[in-house]
Design a protein around this ligand. Structure first.
Ligand code: 6PG
Length: 473
C-alpha cells in the first residue's frame, strides 16, 4: 500500500522524526535532495518500520495516500521556500505541506496564504526536543487551518512525548501560531539557560565552588521546584571532565552562539510592546560574550574584574531562590507575549494548553509547567502569571533571598543581567508610581508631546517656552 506520511530533508532532525513515525507503525516515505542520505537511513534503520525511499519529490508525492501529508525538515528560509515551491507544483488540492523547521512565523503566514490559493493546506509546526526528542517523542506545536489538525493531529499525538498519558501536542491556532509559540519557547529557553548560567557563575566566583560541587548542587535542585531538563543537563555538563581530567566547562570558549530564534523573539516583542526583559538580556548576554576583542580591550583598560570568593552558608540556597523567582518572571513575560500575539493575530491560543504541551519532550520541559497550566486553567485571563496565588506565594517567599543575591552580585562584580532585570521588572510592576511621569514631562517639554493627568480627564500641554501655563491639547 501507499505511505501514510512523508518526510523530506533527512538531516538528524528529519531522519529521527521519520524513524519515530515508522516506529509507531506509520508507513513513511522518505526523501532527501542528495539521495545518499535517504539510502543511508534505509540501510541503517530500515528494519525499524515500514519505509519507502523516494529519489525525487515526484516519487515522494506518488508514493503517498491521498490527501497527502508531507513534512519538510530543511533549513529555515530560502531552502524551505525552494522545497515548498517545487512541491506545490506536484500536489493536488486537499494535500498538506507541514514545515517542521524553526521557521519565522511571518514566513509561515505568507506560505500558508500562498498555498491556500492553490487549495493546499499548510501547517507550520514547531518541533522541540532536539535530536533525542525527534526520535523518542518531541513536543509538537502545529499551527495552520483547524481542519489540517484532523488529518495530521492524530499522527503527531502518536509520536509526541506523553506526560501523564497526555500527548505533548495540540493544535495551537491558525496560520503562524505554531511557529510563533515555538519561537517564544526558544526565547524562554534562552532566558532559562542564562539564569542557570548566572547561578553557576555566582556559585563559582562568590561561592568559590568547583564545577563538580556545583554539579551536585544542581542535581539537588533538580529534585525540587526547579526540576527541569535544563537543570538536569547542567549538572551533567558541570561534572564532565575532558581527556586531561580538566572540568570541560573550564575549557569551553566562553562565547555563546545563537541561530536566531531568541533574537526573533525579542524583535517581535518590541513590535508587540511586551517587555520580555529576561529573554532580551539573555540574547544580549550571548552577544556580549561573543565580542571577544571588545572584552579584551575593556579588560586591558580597566583590569579584569577580580571577585573575591566570600562563601556563606546562605549563598547556595539564596541563589536557588533567586533563580526560581527570576525564572517565574521569564516565563510570565513569555506567556504575556503569546497572549498579546494571540490577540493581535486573532489566534485564540489557549495558554494553559501551551504549558501542558511543554511539560514533556521539549527543551524547557519542567515540573513547573504543571503549575503554569493550573494557573491558566483556573483563570484564562490572568493579568500576569505573577498574580496567580501559587506564583505570588513563591515569589514572595523568594524575594528576600533574591534581593540578597542581586546585592551580592552587584557588590562583587559578577554580571547577572538576568537576575537583575527580572527583579527590576517585578519592582517595576509593583511600584505605585513610576518615573514614567517624568518621562512624559520631558517629552512634553521638548516636543509638545502632551501628557494626561491623574486628577482630570483629557490631554494637556504646558507652554514650556512661554509663560508655562497649561493648555488643553
Ligand atoms: C528545541 C531547540 C532547538 C535548537 C535551538 C538552539 O526546542 O529543540 O530550541 O530549536 O536547539 O534552535 O538555538 P540556538 O542555536 O539559537 O541556541
Amino acid at each position: 500500500g501507499k505511505a501514510r506520511i512523508a518526510v523530506t530533508g533527512l538531516a538528524t532532525m528529519g531522519s529521527n522524526l521519520a524513524r519515530n513515525l515508522a516506529r509507531h507503525g506509520f508507513k513513511v516515505a522518505v526523501h532527501n535532495r542528495t539521495p545518499a542520505k535517504m539510502k543511508a537511513l534505509l540501510d541503517e534503520h530500515g528494519h525499524e518500520g515500514d519505509f519507502v525511499g523516494a529519489e525525487t519529490l515526484q516519487d515522494l508525492v506518488d508514493s503517498l495516500q491521498t490527501p497527502r501529508q508531507i513534512i519538510i525538515m530543511v533549513k529555515a528560509g530560502g531552502p524551505t521556500d525552494a522545497v515548498i515551491d517545487e512541491l506545490s507544483g506536484l500536489l493536488e488540492p486537499g494535500d498538506m505541506v507541514i514545515d517542521g523547521g524553526n521557521a519565522h512565523y511571518a514566513d509561515t503566514r505568507r506560505r500558508e496564504a500562498a498555498l491556500k490559493e492553490k487549495g493546499l493546506l499548510f501547517v507550520g509546526a514547531g518541533i522541540s526536543g532536539g535530536e533525542e526528542g525527534a526520535l523518542n517523542g518531541p513536543s509538537i506545536m502545529p499551527g495552520g487551518p483547524a481542519e489540517s489538525y484532523k488529518h495530521v493531529g492524530p499522527v503527531f499525538e502518536e509520536i509526541a512525548a506523553k506526560v501523564d498519558g497526555q500527548p505533548c501536542c495540540v493544535h495551537v491556532g491558525p496560520d503562524g501560531a505554531g511557529h510563533f509559540v515555538k519561537m517564544v519557547h526558544n526565547g524562554i529557553e534562552y532566558a532559562d539557560m542564562q539564569l542557570i548560567a548566572e547561578a553557576f557563575d555566582l556559585l563559582t566566583r562568590v561561592g568559590g565552588m568547583a564545577p563538580a560541587e556545583i554539579s551536585d548542587v544542581f542535581t539537588q535542585w533538580n529534585s525540587g521546584d526547579l526540576e527541569s531538563y535544563l537543570v538536569e543537563i547542567t549538572a551533567e555538563v558541570l561534572k564532565h571532565v575532558d581527556a586531561n581530567g580538566t572540568p570541560l566547562v573550564q575549557v569551553i570558549e566562553d562565547a555563546a552562539e545563537q541561530k536566531g530564534t531568541g533574537r526573533w523573539t525579542v524583535q517581535e516583542a518590541l513590535e508587540l510592546g511586551v517587555p520580555v526583559t529576561g529573554i532580551a538580556e539573555a540574547v544580549f548576554a550571548r552577544s556580549l560574550s561573543g565580542h571577544t576583542d571588545q572584552r579584551k580591550a575593556v579588560r586591558d583598560a580597566f583590569g579584569a574584574s577580580e571577585v573575591v570568593a566570600k562563601p556563606d552558608a546562605e549563598l547556595v540556597d539564596d541563589v536557588r531562590q533567586a533563580l526560581y523567582a527570576s525564572k517565574v518572571v521569564a516565563y510570565a513575560q513569555g506567556f504575556d507575549m503569546i497572549r498579546e500575539a494571540s490577540k493581535n493575530f486573532d489566534w485564540d491560543i489557549d495558554l494553559g494548553a501551551m504549558a501542558t504541551i511543554w511539560r514533556g519532550g521539549c527543551i524547557i520541559r519542567a515540573q513547573f509547567l504543571n503549575r503554569i497550566r493550573e494557573a491558566y486553567d483556573k483563570n484564562a485571563s490572568l493579568a500576569s502569571l505573577l498574580v496567580d496565588n501559587y506564583f505570588r506565594d513563591a515569589v514572595q517567599n523568594a524575594e528576600a533571598a533574591w534581593r540578597r543575591v542581586v546585592v551580592r552580585a552587584v557588590e562583587s562584580g559578577v554580571p547577572t543581567p538576568g537576575f537583575v532585570s527580572a527583579l527590576a521588572y517585578y519592582d517595576g510592576l509593583r511600584s505605585e508610581r513610576l518615573p514614567a511621569a517624568l518621562v512624559q514631562g520631558q517629552r512634553d517639554f521638548f516636543g509638545a508631546h502632551t501628557y494626561r493627568r491623574v486628577d482630570r480627564p483629557g490631554s494637556f500641554h504646558t507652554l514650556w517656552s512661554g509663560d508655562r501655563t497649561e493648555v488643553d491639547a
